[in-house]
Design a protein around this ligand. Sequence first.
Ligand code: ADP
Length: 307
Amino acid sequence: RVVVVGSANADLVVEVPRRPGGGETLIGSELRTLPGGKGANQAAAAARAGADTSFVGCVGKDGNGALLRGQLLAAGVDVTSLEEVDAATGTAIILLTPDGENSIVVSPGANSAFDRAAAERLAPVWRSAAVVVLSLEIPHETAFHVAASAAASGSRVLLNAAPAIAVRREVLQCCDPLVVNEHEAREVLGAAENDPDASDYARLARRLLLAGARSVVVTLGADGAIVAEGPAAAPELVSVPAYRVEAVDTTGAGDAFVGAAAAELARGCSLLDAVRFATAVSAVSVQRVGAQSSYASRAEVEAFISE
Ligand code: ADP
């Protein structure tokens, strides 16, 4: 079983002709409210990939909370450990501008209520999982506590260190794998802008192993991903190319990748095979609009792979 411990957000999306300045009011498009949040997206992707999946997290007692619960259920996710708290459901306010550089404000809301005590209350759920998936839109200390405790009780811990922060060695030592994009790879290491390896992702992957991670996946958008495993002194590094597709919306591609990889690891696949399948799932997702709504079923992904 896959258990995703993480965030759930309502994404409030408005298209605007440009970013408003201070004191300015702009008229935007009709509001779209879409299910999002890294944790919820990853859980939806894992369930769509065929894994028995539970989501552990918090929403508010409001309409957005009900929407998120409904969307997770529709994707096949077990939501019996989705708690309702006295705070607004996490929200991302997303302004889509024609330059493609979207502006986003996140109000964590109920996700902030997911403290260590809440995690402990729900421990029977995540401690028995084959794979526990964590990301960092919940309080970091909660995520790190779950990582340590789940790893100690024999679960495989996949940490998606997003949004990026520097991560200490004891936490990295629980990660099998650590999954990061290009920017997060640098941030986790605390690498400076002028670091000589700043855009050498194979070297950054190796440094993440040296920093303690048991295995590492660095995702590189349209350039695919690098998988690093084995002893840090002599690691095996494999580059997995992305599929060449027409990308229409890359929102949630990284979450599709994480959820699908977790599903494959829970089935007992090797990390490399899991990354290959996740690469196909995310290639399908970038050809469709939205995050959770763009995640394909296992049958659709298998058809895409054999095309
Ligand atoms: P994030 O959204 O977290 O930054 P990435 O952009 O690295 O993550 O994307 C995750 C994975 O999704 C990549 O490793 C790749 O397999 C796939 N992907 C992303 N963008 C594209 C694209 N334009 N074409 C094909 N695959 C893509």
